[in-house]
Design a protein around this ligand. Structure first.
Ligand SMILES: Nc1nc2c(ncn2[C@@H]2O[C@H](COP(=O)(O)OP(=O)(O)OP(=O)(O)O)[C@@H](O)[C@H]2O)c(=O)[nH]1
Length: 429
């Protein structure tokens, strides 16, 4: 049986230039007719490279990279003195993942050794924190791609100078902060490190004298995930601590880990296939770091996104107030026709913790013409709905090279949104 396969091609997007007035070009899905599923599987195994050229990066980020790129050598075919960030997504099974990536192992270069030392120290600190909180269950996050914390200690060296590129220290962007288990407007506690069990890594390649930051995101090798008809890239956005990672874990794995709060570093992704009326829609869901300092990194990912889930925390008014700024960024960096869903997360929390009414969220959604819903990663309220709405919209677009006009995401969300449910734990608070 011949099945139609639609994949959005990020290369076609990045290759095209901005239109008049700086408007971003719209996504052009390409339709490939696949003869059988092995073809699809083969196409996934091949790595997908996305080249983000300097013109696409904010000046600050470029400066960082330029600072690292000191010599002229170019032994792998890239132009001299033209640093580029290359993001490589590839299939990698758990067993292939080293506990410490090469650059962090003690046998590597001095830079790597320093990074490894820092990483190990932080691991030790985490262990101590675990002992201090002996009364609480020690959580071992089972992050799918685990890119997050492993990048925390990467150090780039230019001569004698060392500068951290990405780290996990510091407080919360929106002041809310959450400590272990304190989920409804909790207070700040330290941010631990915890590489995902099936982790991933970042490789710094300085061989050519230019900075090459390779972010390798791994994913479970799951045959089910590889068989799909339509694929779309979904990005989770919102301030730090609003629950992006928790929502993704709830959707992907159907679970919620109360004290799992490790601030995302950089960007991480997971795949999940959603079946919509017999069509398998593969969502490649990117979980971004909400912290301001990673903004320039995550901007680069907006451009070829097909859908954005924009979250705020109903127990933290600042995160709601910041939504307008997020929408401004989206207008600046994302495609014009990107699907946006506004989400007020932590709806399980009781009225004493709540700082944003549902009506306020609805009003904001109407104001910006985006569908709105409240969710709870804790209870699972409307989590499936958020992603299914996106999947349906992508399916609707994918098959017909544009909206077929039959699916209206606003109506779908309005008709299927469930009322708020308060979790038992929050009721007792
Ligand atoms: N009560 C409640 N707590 C939640 C919910 N979702 C997340 N949390 C808690 O909020 C904290 C932050 O959640 P994360 O998922 O790490 O937030 P994030 O947006 O990914 O944060 P960054 O990675 O820093 O951008 C964690 O302690 C979660 O347990 C929810 O639906 N209800």
């Amino acid at each position: 049986m011949r099945r139609q396969q639609t994949r959005y091609r990020s290369d076609s997007i990045s290759a095209s230039s901005s239109g008049p007035g700086g408007r971003k070009p719209s996504i052009t899905p390409s339709v490939v007719v696949a003869s059988a599923s092995p073809t699809r599987r083969e196409s996934l195994v091949k790595p997908t490279w996305q080249h983000i050229t300097p013109g696409q990066l904010p000046p600050k980020t470029l400066d960082k990279i330029n600072g690292i790129a000191s010599d002229d050598s170019d032994d792998d075919g890239y132009p001299k003195r033209r640093p580029s960030v290359i993001v490589h997504q590839r299939q990698q099974s758990l067993s292939q993942q080293p506990l410490l990536p090469d650059y962090m192992s003690s046998s590597a270069s001095s830079t790597s050794a320093a990074a490894a030392q820092m990483y190990q120290q932080q691991q030790a600190q985490q262990g101590q924190q675990g002992q201090q909180h002996a009364g609480q269950p020690q959580q071992q996050p089972q992050s799918g791609n685990g890119f997050m914390a492993r990048l925390s200690s990467v150090i780039l060296t230019t001569g004698a100078e060392q500068q951290p590129l990405l780290d996990t220290g510091g407080g919360r962007d929106s002041g809310g902060g959450v400590g272990g288990g304190g989920n409804c407007g909790g207070t700040v506690s330290s941010i631990g490190l915890g590489p995902g069990a099936d982790g991933a890594g970042a490789t710094l390649c300085r061989s050519a004298g230019r900075a090459l930051i390779r972010m390798i995101s791994a994913t479970h090798t799951n045959d089910d995930e590889e068989d799909y008809d339509v694929m779309g890239k979904v990005i989770m956005l919102g301030d730090s601590g609003v629950g992006k990672t928790s929502l993704l874990i709830r959707f992907r794995d159907g679970r919620y880990v109360p004290s799992y709060f490790l601030s995302t570093v950089g960007i991480d992704f997971r795949n999940k296939v959603v079946v919509v009326d017999g069509t398998r829609v593969k969502l490649q869901i990117w979980d971004t770091a909400g912290q301001e300092r990673f903004r320039s990194v995550t901007h680069a990912y907006y451009r070829d996104a097909h859908a954005l889930l924009l979250l705020y925390d109903v127990t933290n008014k600042t995160t709601y107030d910041n939504i307008r700024a997020w929408l401004g960024e989206i207008r600046e960096y994302a495609q014009e026709d990107v699907v946006i869903v506004l989400i007020g997360n932590k709806a399980d929390c009781g009225s004493s913790e709540r700082q944003v009414k549902r009506e306020d969220g609805e009003r904001l959604g109407r104001e910006h013409n985006v569908p709105f819903m409240e969710t709870s990663a804790k209870t699972g309220l409307n989590v499936e709905l958020a992603f299914t709405a996106v999947a349906r919209q992508l399916k609707s677009r994918g098959y017909d090279h544009g909206d077929d006009g039959k699916f209206n995401v606003h109506d779908f969300v309005r008709d299927n949104t469930k009322a708020r449910s308060v979790c038992a734990q929050c009721k007792n608070m």
